[in-house]
Ligand binder design. Sequence first.
Ligand SMILES: *Cc1c(COP(=O)(O)O)cnc(C)c1O
Length: 358
Amino acid sequence: MTTSAHIDRLPRETYATLRPYVPLMTPVEVELSENTNQWGAPPAAVEALKACDASALFNYPSQPISPLIEELARYTGTNDTSTIVLGCGSDDILDCSMRAFAEPGDKLAYSDPTFSMSAYFGRTNGLTPVGVPILPDWNIDVDGLLATKARIIYLCSPNNPTGTPIPEASVRRILDESEGIVIVDEAYAEFANSSWAARAPNEERLVVFRTMSKAFGLGGLRIGYGVGRPELIEEINKASGPFKVNSIAERVATATIKNGLPWVKDRVKDAQAARTALRESLIAMGLSPLPSEANYVMLPVPNALAVAAHIRNNGIAVRAFSGLAVIGDALRITVGPEHMMKRLLDALKPALEATRNA
Ligand SMILES: *Cc1c(COP(=O)(O)O)cnc(C)c1O
């Protein structure tokens, strides 16, 4: 047995300043902090899970091409199974892409603020993350991103946490003028007006990330996927290794796309209507929410951490950000059914008043 004197030399040195992502999981009555589907899980998924044959669990999941990949190729419009790679959530696809398309020491550029896991997985894979602040109109700084000459450029559209979409022309310029891989994370594409997924296989260096955790209401199932031309998808598969998606998740997700799409589309419409209503209510309170094409709204407010803590004492969770580039302090509020939005709005006003001079 070795002595514990050497334990501090065992982890990777570059991990010393990394902090694990720990979601704030203390239960609340109204969960508006994670952008999950607050209308619930699709009935088609619940049915499919009940119908799963547990005695078949001794088998590995289906390989190499699962029925889920066939459904996703149809759903995204690529109609080609070799353009899709499955992951244990799209976080897994993000992680795999960082080591598939760059060597340790290479730069990963991202527009700041954006989804924090991009820089996180960049670092765990030895890359150097470089944040490029958004412009005052909240759009990405195309010239700034190009100037990094990064090996990977990560974009998120609609962007988490701002909710704003990236104009197609901006992505087009990055694709045309950059030299490395371009990732467009479309975790919220179902709520938005445009997507690159169907066109991704025609682009030389584009990979689009999608997930079933948000619009599909299946965050607990852990299904994400990447879309791109087969040569790029093959590289992500190499970085992934086999069997990242378990056979139960595969069955339930397949059934949901086969039988649950009308439900998902109706809930997307509900979320879009709730988004419009929430923004109107906030504007009526004299506040200035950002435009959104996602299932959440970003609301700049002073002392956001204190405001969120106040709201949480009323049983409602929202996500608070402090000192974001260009935006400063802000709350990110997931939209949900009317009763949830009413509780949020009822709690927000006193929280803003109580923290005004904090
Ligand atoms: C929620 C989210 C994801 C994570 O999705 P999983 O598929 O649950 O891992 C990825 N990207 C963005 C921008 C997200 O907001």
